[in-house]
Design a protein. Structure first.
Length: 292
């Protein structure tokens, strides 16, 4: 899946839902959890079901409430038959939680006449201390796992931290470690890693720095909490013209089938070829998904 940008939209806001239809984001995350007050969730589910009746250029994900809550059951009962791309899962303690969720979804898919596995899962995989300690377990990917992302706010609250950032606005060491482990866990599970959100939506420069740093490190995309963040994120995770041209030259350098090659006086080996092919694959996917 193309997952450069994933924009959160409160599911109880008709205005924001309507506006999101024209967003250039790759995916919408319609939120039934933190951005929706408990008393508004029944109405939000109704709006969400109506929204899903239409076709959309973006992949549509739904952030459900945590496993074990009453709202979790109500969310999947209300939404599964509408066939969103998947559920964003908050606060799982590890991949075993996704296996439990899988069993619940199978029941709902069966009742809706959907093939099992239609609904995918994207966990926010670091929001509890147990979750952070369980990241290595994703090397045995649970059913439906489509990607992984991480978050620092709930984790810092669980740790009793006064803040998760330093005086320069950078994540403190604990959260940098968790972020790196989430990236590695996603790669071990062979799914994309999605960078967490940049909370200050007015800070365009900081967002661009964060997005480009994440892209360099191997993240496939980034969460967004405001429509104005989407274009900056998309640009950071889209191969530039020079990136694509260089990738083509790298692939051409290996055309003879040799295990190593030379380009512009530098030696290239198989990791360089693999990365070049990744760039060209993403470039092609983005081109194929663009409006004609």
């Amino acid at each position: 899946m193309i997952s450069r940008s994933l924009l959160f939209v409160p599911a109880d806001s008709e205005k924001k839902l309507a506006k999101s239809k024209s967003s250039p984001t790759d995916a919408l995350i319609l939120d039934l959890e933190d951005s929706v007050a408990a008393e508004n969730r029944p109405a939000a589910r109704a709006l969400l079901k109506e929204f899903l009746q239409d076709k959309h250029p973006q992949a549509i994900w739904v952030r459900i409430n945590p496993l074990g809550s009453d709202d979790f059951i109500r969310d999947i009962e209300a939404v599964t038959a509408s066939k969103p791309a998947g559920f964003v899962v908050p606060k799982p303690d590890g991949p075993q939680a996704l296996n439990v969720i899988d069993a619940h979804i199978i029941t709902r898919e069966t009742l809706a006449g959907l093939p099992h596995g239609t609904i995918k899962l994207l966990p926010v995989a670091t929001e509890t201390p147990i979750a952070a300690m369980s990241l290595q377990d994703y090397r045995f990917p649970p059913a439906r796992l489509a990607a992984m992302t991480w978050g620092a706010e709930d984790l810092s609250a669980a740790l009793g931290a006064a803040t998760n950032r330093d005086e320069n606005g950078e994540f403190l060491l604990t959260y940098k470690i968790v972020r790196s482990l989430c990236l590695i866990a996603a790669k071990a599970a062979d799914v994309p890693a999605i960078e967490t959100l940049h909370a200050d939506f007015r800070d365009a420069n900081g967002l661009e720095r964060a997005a480009r740093a994440a892209q360099r490190e191997g993240f496939a995309g980034m969460l967004a909490i405001h429509p104005d963040q989407v274009a900056i994120i998309n640009d950071a995770f889209t191969p530039s013209t020079s990136d694509v041209e260089h990738a083509r030259r790298v692939v051409a350098a290996f055309a003879s089938g040799a295990g190593v090659a030379s380009l512009d006086g530098k030696m290239l080996d198989q990791p360089h070829l693999k990365q070049a092919k990744n760039v060209l694959s993403l470039h092609e996917q983005i081109g194929n998904s663009s409006p004609k």
